[in-house]
Write a protein of this length. Structure first.
Length: 168
């Protein structure tokens, strides 16, 4: 991802009120991590698995934080039990920032991840998680604010799937 787009994405998170982010390192969108780490608005917590990230972020949300969990394309699969039992069952607002690996617009598509991309939307639909696919930086700040507003209104996890320009 280009540096300017990473800055706009992090600015959008800040403007949306997100102040707690869990992450499992991945390569497509990793430019945002140093920006989040340097910004004192955010508390950034590294995790060992996406499931752990969702649970920790949900705990932070229950404690009053505006939380997000950043993960790669297999994250929704790995964390589906946690999303269902904590996020959905208990009505925890949580923003999922997902690198949409294997989508048609994934600029780093190695075909190794295609099975995640093909099934990503079906997985989110099955869990009843609202989502939006972001392919470029057009109005990215507004789209992030809209997603945060929706997660808080629904009291449920909401996903943003990043592909296209975000995976360059």
């Amino acid at each position: 991802m280009e540096a300017e787009l990473a800055k706009r994405l992090v600015n959008g998170l800040r403007e949306a009120g997100i102040n707690f982010v869990t992450f499992l390192p991945e390569t497509r969108m990793s430019e945002i991590l140093s920006l989040i780490r340097e910004d004192k608005t955010f508390q950034l917590v590294g995790v060992a698995s996406e499931a752990e990230g969702v649970s920790i972020a949900a705990g932070a949300a229950l404690g009053g934080k505006q939380a997000a969990a950043y993960m790669d394309g297999n994250g929704p699969f790995v964390s589906s039990y946690n999303l269902l039992t904590v996020g959905i069952r208990y009505g925890v607002p949580l923003l999922l920032l997902v690198s949409y690996q294997g989508s048609f617009e994934d600029k780093r598509n190695t075909f190794r991840f295609v099975h995640y991309g093909i099934k990503m939307v079906a997985q989110l639909n099955t869990l009843g998680i609202e989502y939006q696919v972001l392919k470029d930086g057009d109005n990215v700040e507004t789209k992030i604010k809209d997603a945060a507003r929706m997660m808080n209104a629904l009291k449920l996890p909401v996903a943003l799937l990043f592909t296209g320009e975000f995976t360059v």
